[in-house]
Design a protein around this ligand. Structure first.
Ligand code: ADP
Length: 743
């Protein structure tokens, strides 16, 4: 019973009851038994959708009740806002919730007053680096999706962050939530935590493989599937799921929705287009009308091709979902799917990583994914496939969930059963020893004062999962020595003797790099590029930051090598740093890919329309946003580094940053800096003769109104933000044909 749980606030049982939680699920009860509400550390390794969040909630609220403070670490920004919204339901009881996703170079002082703080692991890491004092007051830290320590790019940050928080504060409670993994016990040993390792699920999950005309399930049963013409299995499954199951003239089971996982964005979009035609004949008039409304909302978000394609599919009851969608699009799709309006969502695996969108059936259509590093198509991990499968079945709504893989031959049927259906979950393994991770984290550890010698550094690293998992002590030392040598060579750290011991200190530059949250290699590349550039062009700077390991570059498609080699010749004098020779195949290719990325940024900063850019570079609107955000951050870092080194090009770097930030040409920077103006409105104002913030503040209101196409509310807000003494429009008659007049 919830009311028997010790040490939680009195109001909690009533609140949960009203929310449909009458009793604890078995893994939750086991967590309470293990002392999670009494400050015990815990590793909970349980299946997707089995109530991990409530375990964390119980721990955090009991810490808050004791007068303490809790931190909830999420792996993705998108999840930070979702979790914050979830915990805000406790604000009515006086629990203050804050979310920290913003800049990487502040100490987030305002968070000191919050009871529960939600942040990404990168953000927490940067808070540690910037010495946020309130971190010392934490009582409870939740690490969501802790199995991601296995992830080569983000895992090391989570791992090191947990080690740092624990080394500052040895009594700290850690609640680590994990999907089912093979070595949860090892994680519990690492974190000195109790363990709840369970495969219990609130709703039955039947796993199976489609082959021929039948679904083969893990319980040995088979179901026939009716297939129309030569349609693909996914189409037949989606239709089958939609239709009510009728026995002897009675509906024994209502129709449900299907979530289809595919391996690329393009495949997600193509599948949604095809499956929309399967879904639409099954819809009634009310559903079609409601879907048309959703489609309109989607089109209103932006006038891009992605927006149109998505709306076209949604109109017919299907949708796609991938990281290239804008947050607004994503939210609309998720809501329409939860409301059972959209019957089929085709998604890339990002959706499996925590976003709560259960459905009756899950189809894992592609179990291989292209991997450039490993060369060719590689099978997905068991953990990933199990997480996707775990999205099947909505407790309280569906009788059970079904998750299906697709086989094209008898051999493949056997293989898929072996590889995924029967398979035990994979163990997770630390990726800390990988170079970029080591480089970054060693510098941060020295700069933030966690270690001041090779010995203390090694003993700090002893608190990481990597050390807990490796028997090969020599390997850790070797990696550390290599990286220290690199950091010293690039002037990020210094060694000095202090009696018998050798001291490690970060140089001023090293401190700046760590505080800016840069990969030291990015910093070295940037410094090398701007050192001798007196008047760098925006394109040159965009190219430089695109070459750093902190920028995720665009791919160079076949045939583009020539095109961008030409671009490189045309802009030869603008490009910064050393250019690799054309004979160094892969380095030259990377350099060109960075140039393509830079051209995208330059187009954006030259006011090219969003849909022109998506066309030209084969990306989604979400990708433009991602590149722009990263470039803005890296150029801000470049600005600081130039200042630090006393270079004379700080102003040029700042302007290139502002241009990419607002997506405007030089002359609009001042106007676009006014809140609520943005690139399009700034251009219209400029064309109406209003060229600066000052001129806007003193402008004739009818001119502003005409420039903003007669939108009174917009004009008022814009004038207000520019500091206009009297922004109200009540006394103004719009005259769209008015000659531009500047006040
Ligand atoms: P996970 O984080 O493990 O993927 P969630 O914490 O999101 O799963 O839980 C999935 C759903 O189960 C949520 O909608 C949640 O409200 C519900 N839930 C959790 N615990 C209980 C419970 N004890 N009784 C009823 N519903 C619960």
């Amino acid at each position: 019973e919830v009311s028997d749980v010790p040490a939680v606030p009195e109001w909690l049982p009533g609140h949960l009851d009203a929310d449909g939680v009458e009793s604890l699920y078995p893994p939750q009860a086991a967590a309470v038994e293990a002392g999670v509400t009494e400050g015990e550390s815990l590793v909970a390794s349980i299946p997707t959708a089995s109530g991990k969040t409530l375990i964390a909630t119980l721990a955090m609220l009991s810490a808050v009740k004791r007068g303490g403070k809790a931190l909830y670490i999420v792996p993705l920004r998108a999840l930070a806002s979702e979790k914050k919204a979830e915990f805000e339901q406790f604000e009515q009881y006086g629990v203050d919730v804050g979310v920290s996703t913003g800049n990487y170079d502040s100490d987030g002082e305002w968070l000191a007053k919050k009871d529960i703080i939600v942040a990404t692991s990168e953000k927490v890491d940067s808070l540690v680096r910037n010495g946020a004092p309130w971190l010392a007051q934490l009582d409870c830290v939740v690490a969501d999706e802790v199995h991601l320590v296995d992830d080569p790019t983000r895992g090391p940050t989570l791992e090191v962050t947990l080690a740092k928080l624990r080394s500052r504060n040895p009594g700290l409670q850690i609640v680590a939530l994990s999907a089912t993994i093979g070595n949860a016990g090892e994680l519990a040993d690492w974190l000195d935590a109790e363990l709840v390792d369970s495969s219990w699920r609130p709703i039955d999950l039947r796993k199976g493989v489609h082959f021929g005309q039948a679904l083969h399930f893990d319980d040995g049963t088979q179901e026939q599937l009716s297939v129309q013409g030569n349609e693909k299995p996914t189409a037949a499954i989606v239709r089958d799921t939609l239709r009510d199951t009728v026995e002897d003239g009675e509906t024994v089971e209502e129709g449900g929705s299907t979530l289809v996982f595919v391996n690329s964005r393009r495949n997600a979009e193509a599948a949604a287009r095809r499956l929309a035609n399967v879904v639409s004949p099954e819809l009634d008039g009310d559903e079609l009308a409601a879907l048309a409304d959703v489609a309109d909302e989607i089109r209103d978000v932006s006038d891009t091709e992605t927006s149109d394609d998505l709306a076209d599919a949604v109109e017919k009851g299907a949708a796609f979902h991938h990281a290239g969608l804008s947050p607004d699009h994503r939210e609309l799709v998720e809501a329409a799917f939860r409301d059972r309006l959209v019957k089929c969502v085709c998604a890339t695996p990002t959706l499996a990583a925590g976003v709560n969108t259960p459905s009756r059936r899950v189809v894992v259509r592609d179990w291989r994914r292209y991997s450039g590093d490993a060369g060719g198509m590689q099978p997905l991990s068991v953990l990933e496939v199990h997480q996707m499968m775990g999205r099947a079945g909505r407790p309280g709504m569906d009788p059970y969930g079904e998750a299906l893989l697709l086989a094209s031959s008898h051999d493949e049927l056997d293989e898929l059963f072996e590889r995924y259906v029967w398979a035990d979950p994979d163990p997770v393994e630390s990726k800390l020893a990988a170079e970029p991770a080591m480089r970054t984290h060693l510098l941060a550890t020295v700069a933030s004062g966690f270690a001041d010698s090779r010995e203390t550094l090694l003993s700090f690293l002893d608190g990481t999962l990597y050390a807990a998992q490796t028997d090969e002590q020599g390997r850790l030392e070797r990696v550390v020595d290599d990286m220290l040598a690199y950091l010293e060579r690039n002037d990020f750290i210094e060694r000095s003797r202090d009696g018998d011991t050798e001291r490690l200190t970060a140089t001023n530059l090293g401190h700046t790099v760590s505080r800016l949250y840069l990969d030291p290699m990015s910093a070295a590349t940037i410094i090398d590029g701007i050192a001798d550039a007196d008047d760098p062009s925006a394109l040159g700077l965009y190219h430089l930051v695109s070459r750093t390991p902190d920028m995720y570059q665009l791919y160079l498609r076949s045939g583009e090598r020539e095109q961008y080699t030409q671009v490189a010749y045309d802009h030869e004098t603008e490009l910064l740093g050393t250019q690799p020779s054309e004979f160094e195949e892969s380095r030259f290719e990377d350099w060109l890919a960075a140039l393509k990325t830079a051209k995208l940024l330059d187009d954006w900063a030259s006011e090219t329309d969003e849909d022109r850019i998506t066309d030209r570079y084969g990306v989604g609107p979400g990708d433009i946003r991602g590149k722009v955000d990263t470039a803005e951050w890296l150029l801000g870092a470049a600005e600081s580094l130039a200042g630090e080194r006393g270079f004379g090009n700080v102003q040029a770097i700042r302007e290139a940053k502002k241009r990419v930030q607002y997506g405007v040409r030089q002359e609009l920077i001042d106007l676009a800096d006014v809140r609520n103006v943005g690139r399009k409105r700034a251009r219209r104002l400029y064309e109406a003769g209003i060229e600066s913030r000052d001129q806007l503040r003193n402008a004739d209101k009818s001119v502003v109104l005409a420039a903003l196409r007669g939108r009174e509310r917009t004009a008022e807000t814009v004038l207000e933000h520019a500091g206009h003494p009297n922004p109200e429009m009540t006394d103004v008659t719009p005259d769209p044909d008015a000659e531009p007049v500047v006040a």
